[in-house]
Structure formats: C-alpha cells, structure tokens
Design a protein around this ligand. Structure first.
Ligand code: NAI
Length: 225
C-alpha cells in the first residue's frame, strides 16, 4: 500500500461504498469485476474508480478486471476492518438500543461490550444481551476492557460534558449521534453523524424536482396559449 497520509478525505469517504458493493459481489460468487462493470453498478465513472484505486497501488488489475475477494480484503484492511473494535454505548435510549440491536456491526468487527446511562431504571436490564451500567463505571470499564470506540446517543446538551470525560480515557474514537458537532483536539477521532442532514438533502431533491416539473408545465401551458 502507498502512503495513506497523502490520500484525500474524499477518496477515503468513497472506500466504504466500494467495500459494500464488493462484499455483495463476493457473496454472489462473482470472482472478477472490471472497473467498467463496477462503475455501471455504482453509478460512478470507471476512471474515478481507477484513480481512487491507484492511490493504493491499483490493486493489481491484471487481464480481466479485479479479483473481487482480493479487492474486498484489501479495501477492508485500508478501512481497518481486519481488526476487531470494542465499543461502548453512552445513552441507552431509543437510538442507542436500536444501534446495539443492529447485528451487522458485529459482522464488520464492531462489538458493543456495554452500555452506560444516567437512568437507574435501565441498570437491571440488558439490551440484546448487553448490560447497562451507571456512568460512574464508564472510565474504568474503558480501561479494563480495551474499548476503542464510544458511541454517543445522548441529548445534545450532555454531549460536550461526556466527551470531556471520554477524552481523559484511553479510547481512540467517538461515533457521535448527539446533535452537536464535537471537535476534540488530539488523538481521539470523531465522526459526527446527522441522519437529518441526509433527510434534508432528500427534501432538497424533492423540491428541486417539483420545481422543474412545475416550470415545464408552465412552459407547456404558455406554448398552448
Ligand atoms: P432517548 O431519550 O430515548 O435516549 C437518550 C438516553 O440518554 C436516555 O436513556 C438518557 O437517560 C441518556 N442520557 C441522558 N443524559 C445522559 C448522560 N449525561 N450520560 C449518559 N446517558 C445520558 O433519546 P433518543 O431518541 O435515543 O436520541 C438520543 C440522541 O440522539 C438525541 O440527542 C437525539 O437528538 C439524537 N439523535 C440523533 C440522530 C442523528 O442522526 N444524529 C438521529 C436520532 C436521534
């Protein structure tokens, strides 16, 4: 693999999508795929795919196309998916419970080990086999169980305070769903997730489409008159 430091975040952002498509191809028994075929499936250009892959040495396209299994494994390694990641959940409410119950994270190597919450009523319960503990136990749990990632599904107003506590713990990353962008200095990586951003983009597309249909109708009517 070539020097990853110089690779743009736009290229890195596309890798999970390649990984997903290649996983499906592999599961369907497709052994080789050309950049053209992959580009048609993914609705991107073949040259974009080749350029992206060239950042990592090209993945040895020889003869007809890429070896699907190899490409899947290599992109997985770049994404760090050849390592197991231990995670904790902070905020065992609706969203947090849904994330714990989603088993596919585990298939990708992301394991929820425990959940933490301020609500005492949750302490005698399990969510999909995962125990819920008081917040006071969080820091020692992170140390004792080599937790890499904290998943934050708490109210926005609590997020900064909890992130400050987490920044004193040996975690590597925060997957933040609270509706505030966390910017932690230093070694802890943060991925801020806002599903509503995606919904707003969808809303924009709906309105843009409706406007263009309405403009076309007005133009057609004007021509008729
Ligand atoms: P919820 O009210 O069902 O769950 C929140 C949980 O956090 C509760 O169990 C509560 O006791 C716990 N909590 C509150 N303060 C805490 C603290 N300081 N430490 C530990 N636990 C604490 O809420 P829900 O629906 O699960 O949403 C959680 C958060 O996720 C909200 O901030 C919501 O706005 C956000 N959200 C974000 C989305 C996104 O795309 N980023 C999508 C949906 C919700």
């Amino acid at each position: 693999m070539t020097k990853q430091k110089e690779i743009s975040s736009a290229v890195i952002a596309r890798l999970p999508r390649y990984y997903r498509y290649l996983g499906d191809l592999r599961d369907n028994g497709v052994e080789r795929i050309s950049s053209l075929e992959l580009s048609r499936m993914m609705n991107v250009t073949a040259s974009q795919i080749r350029q992206d892959f060239n950042h990592f040495g090209g993945f040895g396209q020889q003869g007809y196309g890429y070896n699907t299994e190899y490409l899947y494994a290599e992109i997985g390694k770049i994404l760090g998916l050849d390592h197991k990641h231990n995670m904790i959940l902070v905020g065992a409410g609706n969203l947090g419970s849904a994330l714990i119950k989603y088993m596919n994270f585990r298939n990708r190597g992301f394991y929820f080990k425990a959940a933490f919450d301020i609500n005492e009523a949750l302490y005698d319960r399990q969510i999909a086999g995962i125990d819920v503990y008081p917040m006071e136990r969080m820091a020692s749990y992170i140390r004792d169980y080599s937790i890499d990632i904290a998943v934050l599904t708490i109210p926005k107003a609590q997020a900064v305070k909890v992130a400050e506590v987490l920044s004193g713990c040996p975690i590597k990353a925060i997957w933040n769903f609270a509706h505030t962008d966390l910017n932690l200095p230093g070694r802890i990586k943060v991925e801020n997730v806002h599903l509503s951003d995606s919904l707003m983009r969808l809303s924009y597309e709906i309105h843009r489409y409706e406007e263009s249909v309405s403009e076309q109708n007005s133009a057609a009517q004007a021509e008729e008159n």
